[in-house]
Design a protein around this ligand. Structure first.
Ligand code: SF4
Length: 134
């Protein structure tokens, strides 16, 4: 069986606290790189595309560059959904990894909506610079 995409939650930690987002019932944490690689090996026969988001803010992941390098090594296409608050800090890492095919910026993170919208306008030039990758 093949799947169009498989979601992997790399962290359930978030830097926002949106009212519509249910409070985490699980212990907060991020996936260790060796476990992430193990999952990549296991799912390789089943999909070409992984989605690095379920709950949490994926750009908070400490070793994001190494994690994305692993996704390249295993030849996955990557899609990411972010609340956008860390794009300024992480844009150079994201631009390095040509296998990122889609970057969704959620403007529904209502808690900091004004800040996010402001950041969106600040970083729109960066989005345009990387947009040919998507
Ligand atoms: S940004 Fe996403 S994960 Fe974070 S609190 Fe809001 S809805 Fe939940």
């Amino acid at each position: 069986m093949k799947f169009t995409k498989i979601y992997i939650e790399i962290t359930n930690i978030c830097n926002l606290n949106c009212s519509f987002c249910s409070a985490p019932k699980r212990k907060l944490g991020s996936i260790p790189l060796d476990k992430f690689e193990y999952i990549l090996k296991k799912i390789k026969p089943y999909t070409k595309t992984i989605y690095l988001h379920v709950k949490g803010e994926p750009l908070l992941y400490k070793n994001l560059d190494k994690l994305l390098t692993l996704t390249e090594q295993y030849k996955f296409n990557v899609r990411i959904t972010t609340n956008g608050t860390l794009l300024k800090d992480k844009i150079n890492i994201l631009k390095k990894h040509k296998n990122i095919k889609q970057l969704n910026i959620s403007l529904e993170a209502e808690q900091k909506k004004k800040i996010i919208l402001k950041m969106f306008s600040i970083h729109v030039s960066n989005f345009l610079k990387i947009s040919p990758l998507f």
